[in-house]
Structures are given as C-alpha cells and as structure tokens.
Design a protein around this ligand. Sequence first.
Ligand code: ATP
Length: 292
Amino acid sequence: MLEIRGLRKIFGAGKVALDGVSFAVPAGQMFGFVGANGAGKTTTMRIVMGVLQADEGDVLWNGRPLTFAERRTFGYMPEERGLYQKMRVGEQIDYFGRLHGLGAASVGKARDALIGRLGLTERVDDTVESLSLGNQQRVQLAVALIHDPELLILDEPFSGLDPIAVDVLAEVLHERARGGVPVIFSSHQLELVERLCDSVGIVSAGRMVASGSVEELRDAEGRRLRVVVRDPKPGWADGLPGELSKEGDRDVLTVVGGDDQAVLRRAVEAGHVEFFGVERPTLVEIFREAVA
Ligand code: ATP
C-alpha cells in the first residue's frame, strides 16, 4: 500500500504547489488522480518517484518511509516522456529492462510478452521517432512495465490515445491491479476515471478537496430528483424546491431534498410526465463542485 501524508512543496518565489496532499492506494486498487491544470498532480507523482523532494510530509510504502531501493521496483510513466528517439522499439524496451537489473533471458521474455500485449509486434524494429504519438505511448508503457513493477504511477497515460488504444491500456492496467499492484494515474478524462478507478482523489490548487470511491463521492454529493414534464401548465412548479429549466416544450425540474411524493403529484397534475427519477451526479459534476 502506498500512503501519501500531508505533502507540501514550495517552488522558488514562494509558489505553493502542494499544500497538504494526502491519500492512500492499497494493493490491487486503481486510483484516479484528477485536478485542473497546475493543481499539483505531476508534482505529487514526482515526489513519490524521488524526482523532487517534498518540503513537508511523508511517502510511506507498506507502512514505512519509502526507500530508494523500493522506488526502483516501481513503474513510472513521467509527463515528459523519456524515450530515446533514435533507438528501435525492441532495443529500447530491452535497455530499460537491463537498467532495472533484469538478465538478458528475462528481459527477452518480458519484452516479447509486452510487445504482443500492447500491439507493437509490427513496430518492434522501427525507431521511436518514426512512431505515432499513440504508439510511442505504448512503448512508454512497455518501458514502465518491463520489470514487473510493484506499483505503477502514470502521468496522463491516456492523453492522445485513440479509443482502441485506451481500451488496451485500460485492460493492461486492470490486469496489473488484479495482480495486486496499486495503480495510480492522472487524467483529465473524467468519464474514463469514473469507469476504471476504484477510488479517486481530486486536487485543487495543491490541496486534496475530495477523495474516496466514486460511490462515496456521489453519496457525499447527495441525491437529486429529476422530473421532465411535457406541455406543462404554467406555474406548476411554483413553491416546489429545486431549479426549473425549459427544453423545448418540456419543463425540467431538478430537486435536491424535498418530498418526492409531493413533487410527483404536482407533476402528474401539470402535464405528461416523461421522466421521474433519482439521478446520481457524474464525476464531472462532482469535480466541478469540488473545485468551485
Ligand atoms: P497539469 O494537469 O497541467 O499537468 P498538474 O496538476 O500536474 O498540472 P503540476 O505540474 O504539479 O500540476 O504543477 C503544480 C504547480 O506547481 C503549478 O502552478 C506549476 O506551475 C508549479 N510548478 C511545477 N513545477 C515547477 C517548477 N519546477 N518550478 C516552479 N513552479 C513549478
């Protein structure tokens, strides 16, 4: 389990990048790290990987301060993709495998498995610079996975990928998580985070403003009743709690709290009820609310 406690980071000229970031990712969990541009995601990941030092706070691995040797067992996909452009795909993956201390035989086996799994078989002898952005990203992922990492930390791994590549990457990350590895990734694609992650952390201006499972975040946001009435009598919703908006010849009433039965009676008397039900907020809505 990775635990991050109260990270604070101040850059030159007093720029507070992190102001108390805490979260935990147990074995086998997929954690989505989300936040606006400049919120502090990359800085947090760099601190976990030892690229930057925190001014305050701790990074714990299985309950103890994380060591350099343990970091070497992690897989990292940095924001600034670090591939050698002139090197061929296969050589590149081998090279990083050897850097992680794998012997020639185990590197070869792991490389072949990853190349097949990530759909790079046709490109194994091409130089990285000749690949499309999406294929370079697949190579970057292979490099992060070559040593069978004990934790995966990926900075926007899905950005720029086509839907098929997104599915391949998502499946590979799920496989690793199912194998007991904590997986942390940042993304601005909130529908994807909602679909893939067991838990989510929302960071805003260097502070964690919400964290937990998507279900927990939804529960915290409260339930919301949505009513759609076609050709309603004017003024039917007067005095009811909630917000009324118009969509063509339909009235849409959104109610937080209040008495469902009373709202239903009024809606039925008002016109043709096309929809009446409780809707749960999406992660996009939770995010907007949390960073507002
Ligand atoms: P994005 O979604 O745009 O990648 P992020 O959440 O990853 O953003 P960070 O890159 O962690 O955000 O940046 C957090 C804040 O720290 C920003 O205000 C950024 O300008 C600042 N920052 C990051 N690195 C440095 C640095 N080396 N020197 C000064 N300020 C920095």
